[in-house]
Design a protein around this ligand. Sequence first.
Ligand code: F6R
Length: 243
Amino acid sequence: MRIIKAKDYKDMSRKAANIISAQVIVKPNCVLGLATGSTPIGTYEQLVEWYQKGDLDFSKVTSVNLDEYKGLTKDNDQSYYYFMNDHLFSKVNINKDNTHLPDGTEPDSDKACADYNKVIESVGGIDLQLLGLGHNGHIGFNEPADEFIPETHCVDLTPSTIEANKRFFASYDDVPKQAYTMGIKTIMLAKSVLVVVSGEDKAAIVRDAFFGSITPKVQASVLQLHPNVTVVADEAALSLVKM
Ligand code: F6R
């Protein structure tokens, strides 16, 4: 595991965008695994800026997103479908047909998950998987548990995740209580993984996930076993770790 210390959120975003850019330049038809949440927003902004300058071409890129809330329509501005269009897909020349997220509008969880597993298989594996880190160590929506679940599944979000995400909704009750998420095996099969983390509120989980025991109680800890992980974290997120 490579840990890159960034000065602050902006620096973290630029460093992460550089790594994604390198992937797109080296392999223009790469498969990017993408994440939502607050942390990668600056990374996407930076990628859009470089695209606008003519430095990046997404025309051959395919993407698969980590997760989607169950029950939100695509035009709901809190759906991850909406988020990805808003922050990236509508701003670069990626072919929308080559962008994929779990279908949150599919009420049949088994079908939604089986369909998404087929999509992931059909794209031929992920070259670079971008991840944020939940306060409870979740990656995607793989919440603390007694096991690692290998493939796409429907999750009951934990109260702490609902609490953390309620800032985007009118109230706690409006936050969807379930989501579809890629599983841990799929993430671990990505050729490379890039984790972005920012802020003092993530310092304890950075320490536990990347320097503590490997346990499904802290799902991100499994990344310690991946051969090619880069964590780009700012000084605040690394404040409890001796580098
Ligand atoms: C988002 C996702 C989540 C977030 C995590 C951190 O697609 O899968 O695991 O990455 O909840 O969220 P932020 O960046 O908002 O702190």
